[in-house]
Design a binder for this molecule. Structure first.
Ligand SMILES: [Zn+2]
Length: 120
């Protein structure tokens, strides 16, 4: 599952960062995700809850911001944002000119922006 591998990578990163800060507990994690990743935030939260059990990240809140993907049309050279529906993330990548020959400029981000910790 896509979400599980993302949650796993995220957990490793935040635990490492928290260890450096000598954190006692991770309270929340702020994330930025490109919509092209097609991550289901509920599934991601669920996976994270499961794998973080017994670690200092247990019960940490995930604060997720979705970033709109930006694409470039190779036919008319226009740049535009594409939108998707949260529940049915079917991305429409067709330019106003009717072309679907587009290059994805951004939208695949998966950034851990910050974590909130409780210090010892
Ligand atoms: Zn175009």
């Amino acid at each position: 599952m896509h979400e599980l591998s993302l949650a796993d990578g995220m957990l490793k990163t935040v635990l490492e960062a928290a260890q450096k800060e000598k954190a006692k507990k991770i309270k929340s994690i702020k994330l930025e995700m490109g919509e092209i990743l097609l991550v289901n935030s509920e599934q991601l939260t669920f996976c994270f809850d499961v794998i973080s059990k017994g670690t200092i990240a247990e019960d940490a809140k995930l604060d997720i911001t979705f970033l709109k993907p930006r694409v470039h049309c190779n036919k008319c050279n226009k740049e535009f944002n594409i939108s998707s529906d949260k529940d049915f993330p079917i991305l429409s990548m067709i330019c106003e000119c009717g072309s679907n020959d587009v290059t994805i400029l951004s939208g695949r981000e998966f950034n851990i922006k910050s974590i909130k910790i409780e210090e010892d």
